[in-house]
Structure formats: structure tokens, C-alpha cells
Design a protein around this ligand. Sequence first.
Ligand SMILES: O=C(O)CCC(=O)C(=O)O
Ligand SMILES: [Fe+2]
Length: 324
Amino acid sequence: MSSENGLPVVDLSPFFAGDGDEGAAAARARAMEAVIEACKTYGFFRVVNHGVPRELLSRSLELSAAFFALPDEEKAKVRPLPADATPLPAGYHRLPSHSPDKNEYLLTLQPHLGHNLYPADPPEFRQALEECHAKLAQLGLLIQEVLTEGMGLPPGFLRGYTGGDRSFHFLLALHFFPAPTEAAGSTSGLSKHEDGQALTLLFQDNVGGLEVLKDGQWLPAEPDDGTIIVNIGDVLQVLTNKKLKSATHRVVSRPGRHRHSFAYFVNVDSDKWIQPLPEFTDKLGEPPRYRGFRFGEYQRLRLRNKTHPPATPDEFYNINHYAV
Ligand SMILES: O=C(O)CCC(=O)C(=O)O
Ligand SMILES: [Fe+2]
């Protein structure tokens, strides 16, 4: 594992090498170990040779920037259905003006579910979004298998939480507004938070601003073209009783710079019961650090953070709601 730009870097090429490839098994074991180590210490890592074409990442970011540069009335045409009409509100969202977070985003669910609303302009955006869903879903599955094996769980175990019909994996194309000059360094593009799902895959343009909390310090997760950043979400932190870390992160906007990123969330079936697994509690003689909960309930609470933002980020719902 090398460490570049702060975050550990893991080369996934051994997982794409044929079985007959000499040394592939040993290289896979080393990569798996690097992933687990990164998830225990940072909760974040960067992947290279991940199987998602670099060209798709840059094309998607450019098309997304073209969409968000449209006048507000154009973007508003991609208006989401009411929150209770779809599992998650697919479409264009601008956060309420009193929100501490200054960003807007387009949310899409897995295209085959038929819930998505796509912008008409730019016309190529829809295809890029659909390709991102397909490729990022594959990468998500690969990383889940690596984590499953690396944590000593039976094959397919994590996929059992995330792979069912009611899994609403979602992709956010995000646009962060420039920070006002007088508030440089203080205005937040996205307040500090942990992701609520199983895993997040992220890529960004060259502006920067994503920061990860590690040992009490904010560590910049600088742009590095063609790489994808992976982070653990709350569900994996709870299942592993905090062996894997759902790290706190934020986006600090920069004066005069518009920032674009894509975040793909490997989601959990809403009816799944989430609680620390016996492998990481009873079998180790350690008490559970969380009480169990239905994932759908947590997801609803988290969604309220966006639709009804509290006055201060410290009042956001997070996984401590279930801590014991
Ligand atoms: O845009 C980024 O770099 C991070 C986005 C993020 O943390 C989120 O959407 O949860
Ligand atoms: Fe996040």
C-alpha cells in the first residue's frame, strides 16, 4: 500500500488478473490486506486500476458541469417527485437557502428501476450517468467481496445486505458553489458528516476541498485524476462493531471555484436489520457498541437532515443515535 496525497492507495489490478496468472493470488492477498488496514485506520482509501474508464470519469464531470451551469429554471425542470412517491427522491435538488451547505445535486437510482428523471440538456448526460451506474455497481461489488473475505465473513455476506431488489444504490452528481471571498475557509460546501450507507465511491474534478478527519486532524483528499476514493459508511461500522471506520469528512468550498464531484452510495435494503455481528462482539468477548435498527428507519432520519436541515451541523442525525 502506498500513500500519496495523504490517503492510502490500493492498486486493484490483481483482482482483474486471470487465475492462471502467476503471483496473482499473493498480490490479491496483499491488496486485500491493504484495503482492510485502510478501512480500520482511515475509513478511506484511494483505488487505482479499478476498472472504471478514466475517460468516463472526466466525461461525466464535464457533462455534469454543463448541466449545473444552466439557468435555475432549466435545472428545476428535473424536479423530483414528492418524497413519499419514490424510495429516494430522484431528480434535481437545491438545498434550502438556510442550509449551512452550499451545494446542489442530481440524484439517480439504478437506471433499470425506472425511477429516474434525466436532464434533457446536455443530451449526452443521461448515457454518462447510466454508464457510471453500471461501472460503479461492479466496483462496489468487488470492494464488498474484498471486505467480506478480508473480515473473515462467508462469501457473499455483505452482498446479502446490499444486493436485493430493494437496494436503492444511488449516484449524486454534485455541484458546490464557490465560497464567498470574505468567508474563505469557513463556508462549508458540505458540513462534516459520516455516510450512512454501506460504502461510498467518489470521484471529483481538480478543484479540491474534500477533507477526512484522521486522529483529530483534517486531511485533504486532493484530486488525483482517474483515481476513485472509497469510504466506509455507517452500516459497515455498525456490523463490524467499529472495527471498520465510517470516517467523518466534509467539503470546504473555495472562493471563486465551482467544484463538481460524483458520489455513488452502495445502499442497504431498507428492511435489513443492522446490528453488530457476533463475529465482532460475542466471539471476541466485546460488548456491542450499537443497538440494532431497521436500515429504512435510519435512512429516513438521515434524509431529514437534507430536507429539514437543523440550525447547526451538530444537530444532524447520525449513527450515534443508536450507540450504546
Ligand atoms: O463531494 C465530495 O467530495 C464528498 C461528497 C460527500 O461526502 C457526500 O455526498 O456524502
Ligand atoms: Fe459523504
